[in-house]
Design a protein around this ligand. Structure first.
Ligand SMILES: Nc1ncnc2c1ncn2[C@@H]1O[C@H](COP(=O)(O)OP(=O)(O)O)[C@@H](O)[C@H]1O
Ligand SMILES: [Mg+2]
Length: 254
């Protein structure tokens, strides 16, 4: 394969120059970090699974009209994406209390929220990604009010769709994190979904047993991390062993 110029190495992925202008190659590593890099490790095969899972979910979202950066998967660990200007805001959507929300307000994990909550965090590792409000986002110019409206509306739509998709395979979507970017086409700019959607940035609990099928297994030293990620891919019908030609589609739960 042709050598690619590396543009950026993040905690979980590497971005390379893409084959055409305006494209990038996103390479998924097995590296895992938690608590803003204080805990580091590797999860064997995670990159392969996240590449597949993110491909699958972004494709499904594309089909319902959510614009995403995803173009196509290139191989086991790489996907072609459109280069965007990342909005430096991490959008967290919560359906059920867990993680930092449980801690900050001393609410038991697993408590259902009466309505979904959207939170924003400033994407800045040096500052530990502080929580911010819409006011900070527009005052500091990280996104304009119309952009923020678009991000909020898309996030809620993504939440509704993914909640149903996961429910169909016996998984509860507890919460998840999204990143968006600006994509220019001719003179038009639009906001698109970027980064990845995978068990690295979603909390996914088995519907029947509440078993955690996500990165909390790594954060909390629960073991069985590889198996959990594999189980998510298996239920989605996209285990890497089954090549793109024998895509089985999601397994439905009675
Ligand atoms: N389509 C895209 N165009 C440009 N940058 C992107 C795109 N999708 C994701 N990114 C950025 O690439 C990086 C992905 O690597 P990752 O390991 O997740 O980094 P980080 O350590 O910042 O979380 C992130 O900083 C993310 O914001
Ligand atoms: Mg990241």
């Amino acid at each position: 394969m042709a050598k690619r110029r590396q543009l950026f190495e993040g905690k979980a992925k590497v971005l390379f120059e893409g084959p055409e202008p305006g494209t990038l190659v996103q390479y998924f590593k097995d590296d895992a970090t938690a608590f803003n890099n204080q805990k580091k490790g590797t999860i064997t095969g995670k990159g392969v699974l996240n590449n597949r899972i993110s491909e699958y979910l972004m494709t499904r979202l594309g089909e319902i009209g959510i614009p995403t950066h995803f173009v196509r998967r290139l191989n086991m660990r790489e996907q072609l994406i459109r280069e965007v200007e990342i909005v430096p805001v991490e959008v967290v959507i919560r359906n059920i209390v867990a993680g930092s929300l449980a801690k900050r307000f001393a609410i038991e994990e697993g408590t259902a929220l009466p309505r979904s909550i959207v939170e924003y965090y400033y994407k800045k590792d040096e500052l530990d990604d502080p929580m911010i409000s819409e006011e900070h986002i527009t005052a500091f110019g990280w996104a304009t009010p119309p952009e923020l409206d678009e991000i909020m509306a898309m996030s809620l739509r993504i939440n509704d769709f993914l909640t149903g998709l996961f429910l169909g395979i016996g998984i509860r979507l507890i919460d998840f994190k999204l990143e968006f970017g600006r994509l220019w086409e001719d003179d038009q700019m639009r906001i698109v979904l970027a980064d990845e959607i995978s068990p690295d940035n979603c909390r996914l609990w088995d519907l029947k047993t509440n078993e955690k099928l996500d990165k909390d297994r790594f954060r909390r030293d629960l073991g069985g991390i590889e198996e959990a990620y594999q189980e998510v891919a298996r239920r989605l019908g996209i285990l890497p062993e089954s090549g793109p030609n024998d895509y089985q589609g999601p397994e439905t739960i009675q």
